[in-house]
Design a protein around this ligand. Structure first.
Ligand SMILES: [Ca+2]
Ligand SMILES: [Ca+2]
Length: 137
């Protein structure tokens, strides 16, 4: 009797460890993908006109990853600040509000390193995708 009890106990233990292992693997997988992504966004209507004009994106550690601003209040984001470890590393701007980035500033240690201006031929980044995402909300 004692023997079967032990076997049952062992079987239970193996199952326990297996499910624990599976839990860790799946949990780890979700965590690792979550860390790479911005998982939370907080929109703000800073001037109180009922339109969201600032959206902050946070990563899984609740650190700011990106900050978007609508500086001319047309409902389209035109200022994109990118952060690493909560420090500004890049600022992308659409200064003429044609939904294309035309000016990029690079930062290091919170100081501007260099500025890249994109002429109409060299506009590499389109904001259309971002704007569409915004409208869906
Ligand atoms: Ca705008
Ligand atoms: Ca532009």
């Amino acid at each position: 009797m004692a023997r079967t009890g032990n076997i049952l106990k062992q079987a239970f233990n193996i199952r326990f460890y297996l499910s624990f292992f599976v839990f860790i693997v799946i949990g780890g997988f979700f965590l690792s993908t979550a860390f790479a992504k911005e998982i939370k966004q907080v929109g703000k209507d800073t001037d109180g006109d009922g339109k969201i004009d600032r959206i902050a994106f946070f990563d899984a550690k609740d650190k700011i990853a990106r900050l978007e601003n609508d500086s001319n209040n047309d409902g389209l984001m035109d200022r994109f600040q990118y952060y690493k470890d909560e420090i500004l590393i890049r600022l992308e701007r659409d200064t003429d509000f044609d939904q294309q980035i035309d000016c990029i500033d690079y930062f290091k240690d919170e100081k501007r390193l260099r500025q890249k201006k994109l002429t109409s031929q060299k506009k590499t980044k389109s904001l259309k995708e971002k704007s569409q995402k915004l409208k869906k909300r």
